[in-house]
Ligand binder design. Structure first.
Ligand code: SAJ
Length: 430
C-alpha cells in the first residue's frame, strides 16, 4: 500500500507526536481535533502539551506544509484514531471519543483505506465497536478497507524516541489488515513489528500496564509492611533485587497518569468474576494517597494550621500531566486537614487548587513552610542542595515520598527526612 496522506484523529499526548513523526518522514498528515483551543494553538505553531522535542517537531512539520490541522477528518489513505478513553463513574471505560472519531471517519472512508485504532480499549472494541460504525459507510471491513488495532506503548517524557525504537504490535481484523498496518508504521518504526489479531493486541496493551500496576502495588504494600515491622523498605528492596529473578519496583505516593491507573479497570469491567488480583492491586494503589496523609499525621501529629508545602503535582517526574495524579489527591486531602497549604508544580505554574496558595518559584514555595512534602521526583527537585535550601526555609522536616533526596546529606544539615517504609529510627516532632 502507498501512504501519501494520513489523517490522525486526536492530537493529544499520542496523536500529535505520531502525526509529527509521520510528517518528519515526509508523509502529508492532517491532524484532527475537536477542541477549538487545541486547533487554534497548533495552527499558530504552539504545542498545548509538554513533551521534550515536540514543539520543534510541530513547528518544522507546519513550516514544511506536511502537517495541517482540521476540525474533522478529510479523505486520506490511512486513518489513525488516537483519542482518549477515560473512565466514567463506576470505573467503566468511556468509549464516547472512540465512537465519535469512528463516526467522523465514516463520510470520508474510501475503498482501499486503512483504519487503525490506537486508543487503549477494552478487549473486543475494534471488532465490536469500531468495525460496525465504519461499515455504516456501506464499505465492508476486510474487503473494502483494512482495520487494525495498534496500541501505543510509549513512555511520557520519552515519546518521540520510543515511538520509533519500541517494538510495535499490530492486530488486524484479518491478516491483510495487519500487513497493511505493518507497511504504515514500517515507515518509521525501527523496533520489531509483530503482527497478530486485533483482540490479542488489545489484550497485550492492557496486560502490560496491568502487570506494572500489580508490581507497583506490591512495592507499596511492602512499604506498609516495613513500617509495621521497623524496617527500611528501600534497603530491603535493594537486597531483594540482588536475587537474579526479583525486580521489585518503587513504593510511591500512588499510581497516576492516564494509563496504568486506568487500564486495569478495563479488564475488571470486562470480566469482574476472574480479576480479583487486578482489582486488589488497583485498590492498594488507589489507597496510597490516603495512606501517605495518614503516615504524615501519625508522625507529625495534627496538621491543622501547619504551613505545609507540596513539591510537585504531576503524576510522575518531568512531565506536565496532572491526570489522575496522586500528588493532586494528596494536596486535596491536606487541604481537608485544614493546614496552610502551598503547592508548587514547576511544569504547571498556573495550576491552582481552592484553599491552597500557588507558588511560582521554589523560593516562594518554601519560604514560609514548616514541612516540605516531596511528591514527584522532578529532575530539579533531585538536585536540591540542603546547604542552599536551609537559607531559604525554616522547615526542618521533609517527607520524601519518592525517595530522591540523599538522606544522609540532608540529615547532616539538620533535616529530618521521612520516607515511605522507613521506620527504622524515626521520631518526628515539629
Ligand atoms: N510508579 C511508582 N513506582 C514505580 C514506577 C512508577 O509508583 O516503580 C508510578 C509513577 O509515579 C506514576 C505511575 O506509576 O504515577 C505510572 O508511571 P509509569 O512511568 O510507570 O508509566 P506511564 O503511565 O507514564 O506509562 C505507562 C508505560 N507502560 C509500561 O511501562 C508498562 C508506557 O510504556 C505506556 O505506553 C503508557 O503507560 C501508556 O500510554 O499506556
Amino acid at each position: 500500500m502507498t501512504f501519501n496522506h494520513i489523517c490522525v484523529v486526536g492530537l493529544g499526548y499520542i496523536g500529535l507526536p505520531t502525526a509529527c513523526t509521520f510528517a518528519q518522514h515526509g508523509v502529508k498528515v492532517t491532524g484532527v481535533d475537536k477542541n477549538p483551543e487545541v486547533i487554534k494553538s497548533l495552527r499558530s505553531g504552539k504545542v498545548h502539551i509538554f513533551e521534550p522535542g515536540l514543539q520543534s517537531l510541530v513547528e518544522d512539520a507546519i513550516k514544511r506544509n506536511l502537517l495541517s490541522i482540521n476540525e474533522t477528518p478529510v479523505e486520506a489513505d490511512a486513518f489513525i484514531i488516537a483519542v482518549p478513553t477515560p473512565f466514567k463513574d463506576g470505573k467503566k471505560a468511556d468509549m464516547r471519543y472512540v465512537i465519535a472519531a469512528a463516526e467522523a471517519i465514516v463520510p470520508v472512508l474510501r475503498k482501499g483505506n486503512l483504519v487503525i485504532l490506537e486508543s487503549t480499549s477494552p478487549p473486543l472494541s475494534t471488532k465490536n465497536i469500531v468495525l460496525p460504525i465504519l461499515e455504516k459507510s456501506n464499505l465492508k471491513a476486510g474487503v473494502d478497507f483494512h482495520l487494525a488495532y495498534s496500541p501505543e506503548r510509549v513512555l511520557p517524557g520519552q515519546i518521540l524516541r520510543e515511538l520509533i525504537e519500541n517494538a510495535r504490535v499490530i492486530g488486524g481484523i484479518d491478516e491483510e489488515s495487519a500487513k497493511a498496518g505493518k507497511e504504515l508504521y514500517g515507515m518509521f518504526v525501527k523496533g520489531e513489528i509483530i503482527l497478530t489479531d486485533s483482540t490479542t493486541s488489545e489484550m497485550v496493551k492492557l496486560m502490560e500496564n496491568t502487570y506494572r500496576d500489580v508490581n507497583i502495588a506490591i512495592a507499596n504494600e511492602f512499604s506498609r509492611l516495613a513500617d509495621r515491622f521497623g524496617v527500611d523498605v528501600w534497603e530491603a528492596i535493594e537486597i531483594a533485587n540482588l536475587h537474579p529473578r526479583v525486580k521489585i519496583l518503587n513504593p510511591g505516593p500512588g499510581v497516576g497518569g492516564h494509563c496504568i491507573s486506568v487500564d486495569p479497570w478495563f479488564f475488571v469491567e470486562a470480566a469482574p468474576d476472574i480479576t480479583k488480583l487486578i482489582y486488589s492491586a488497583r485498590r492498594v494503589n488507589d489507597d496510597q494517597p490516603e495512606f501517605v496523609v495518614e503516615l504524615l499525621k501519625k508522625n507529625i501529629g495534627n496538621l491543622a494550621d501547619k504551613n505545609i508545602t507540596v513539591l510537585g503535582l504531576a503524576y510522575k517526574p518531568d512531565v506536565d500531566d496532572l491526570r489522575e495524579s496522586p500528588a493532586v489527591e494528596i494536596a486535596q486531602k491536606l487541604i481537608q486537614e485544614n493546614c496552610n497549604l502551598t503547592i508548587y508544580e514547576p511544569y504547571r505554574p498556573e495550576f491552582t487548587l481552592e484553599s491552597a496558595k500557588t507558588a511560582n518559584s521554589m523560593e516562594d514555595a518554601i519560604c514560609e513552610a514548616d514541612v516540605l512534602i516531596l511528591l514527584v521526583g522532578h529532575g530539579q527537585f533531585k538536585k536540591l542542595d540542603p546547604n542552599i535550601i536551609k537559607s531559604k526555609t525554616k522547615a526542618k522536616i521533609i517527607f520524601d515520598t519518592v525517595n530522591v533526596l540523599t538522606k544522609s546529606d540532608w540529615e547532616e544539615n539538620g533535616y529530618i527526612i521521612y520516607r515511605l517504609g522507613d521506620q527504622k529510627e524515626k521520631v518526628l516532632s515539629l
